[in-house]
Design a protein around this ligand. Structure first.
Ligand SMILES: Cc1ncc(COP(=O)(O)O)c(C=O)c1O
Length: 385
């Protein structure tokens, strides 16, 4: 049987990935994305990227239902073939407003965005400088581009500057996650922006885990008070704190026009369906007018970090709602995740090759209660013994 040997090898090393299905029937689990039903077991979800708990928010559900009624389920063809809907247009205006740019474009997923936009921006003869811990979709986007990619040490601006000075390229593009998805630390954007300015480089940021979370929800540039310059390209997703699905790029009108004409994942893929787009739009509008969920998220995040410190768990390098907890080797981490599962907490083990060191990747959201956070800490204390 083809691939049986390869699969056995992955399984023997404790690295086989399996899919578990959440149950979507029954009233209780659907009421909040922080509580899920998995394998007939009610669990508190501490591994979701739904930081604001919007994935089950009535405003998003109503918006999706309205668009479903008005426009149906399918995207029909690519935007360039079938046209977008007024929902797509309104969403792009809202994102440009939120991000302080002239224009924006919706894309089908964060993965599609990075694998389409990076090759469109970095052409033959150009140079990409990429953080060592960037998301896999950025890594793949760099691989797909015809330019040369050089990796700089994680968050190391001195190394980045050294490479900017020593490496050549027609255009130089620095690519970085804003919030690193497995460690929860933040890219030193003010210093990176200064380095870009000095070297005339472009900056492409992936704000997937910053949007809705940092800067009162507006994202990482806003968090640092950085002006969205025409040479900064902001990409992010609707699939995390915004509780929906899809991605965006926000930039100057010229860059967006270029991406419409060169982003292969935009040109050659069916448009996002209107219900998904309407839900994303409702989320962006909610973030713009109401900071309550963002405040609650940070209250919960700080409470969890304080409680973890009290029981001797080091939360470094996390600065955000993503908190890696290092339990030990692959086997110990898997056993810890199983123990948590047995006691009602869902926080699966994250293993290589996703991360270099195995860990429980804990994420906390605005939808968690104090009691749920306390339960997590009590159980973590037990599994860390
Ligand atoms: C930093 C980062 N970029 C991009 C993606 C891909 O986004 P999507 O899930 O919308 O494809 C992810 C998702 O895990 C991510 O963490």
């Amino acid at each position: 049987m083809p691939y049986r040997k390869e699969l056995a090898d992955v399984a023997n090393r404790g690295l086989e990935r399996i899919i578990r299905d959440r149950s979507c029937t029954g009233a209780a689990p659907a009421a909040s994305s922080a509580r899920i039903m998995l394998e007939n077991k009610q669990l508190v979800h501490f591994s979701s990227n739904d930081y604001l708990g919007l994935a089950n928010h009535p405003l998003l559900k109503d918006a999706a239902a309205g668009a479903l009624e008005a426009c149906g389920t399918g995207g029909m063809a690519s935007r360039l073939m079938a046209g977008g809907t007024t929902y797509h247009h309104a969403l792009e205006e809202a994102i440009a407003r939120l991000k302080g740019t002239e224009a924006a474009l919706a894309l089908n997923s964060g993965y599609t965005a990075n694998t389409s936009l990076i090759p469109a921006l970095a052409r033959e003869g150009d140079l990409i400088l990429s953080d060592a811990l960037n998301h896999a979709s950025i890594v793949d986007g760099c691989r797909l581009s015809r330019s040369r990619t050089v990796i700089y040490r994680h968050r190391d601006v001195a190394h980045l500057r050294q490479l900017l000075a020593s490496e050549s390229g027609t255009r130089k593009i620095i690519v970085t996650d804003t919030v690193f998805s497995m460690d929860g630390d933040i890219a030193p954007l003010p210093d990176i922006v200064t380095a870009c300015r000095e070297h005339g480089a472009l900056l492409y940021i992936d704000d997937a885990h910053g949007t809705g979370v940092l800067g009162g929800g507006r994202g990482t540039l806003h968090h640092f008070g950085i002006t969205p310059e025409p040479w900064i390209i902001q990409m992010g997703t609707f699939s995390k704190a915004l509780g929906s699905f899809g991605a965006y790029v926000a930039a100057s009108r010229t860059i967006i026009r270029w991406l419409i004409n060169s982003g292969r994942g935009f040109i050659f893929s069916t448009a996002l369906p209107a219900p998904v787009v309407a839900a994303s739009l409702a989320a962006v509008e909610l973030i713009e007018r109401d900071s309550a969920l963002n405040k609650k998220l940070w209250e919960n995040r700080n409470y969890l970090a304080d409680e973890l410190h009290k029981i001797g768990i080091d939360t470094a390098p996390s600065e955000t709602p993503i908190i890696p907890v290092m339990v030990g080797d692959i086997e110990t981490t898997l056993a810890a995740a199983q123990k948590l599962f047995d006691q009602g907490i869902y926080a699966p083990a994250i293993r290589p090759p996703t991360v270099p060191t195995p860990r429980l990747r804990i994420t906390v959201s605005a939808a968690h209660t104090r009691e749920e956070i306390e339960l997590l800490c009590t159980l973590l204390k037990e599994v860390m013994k």
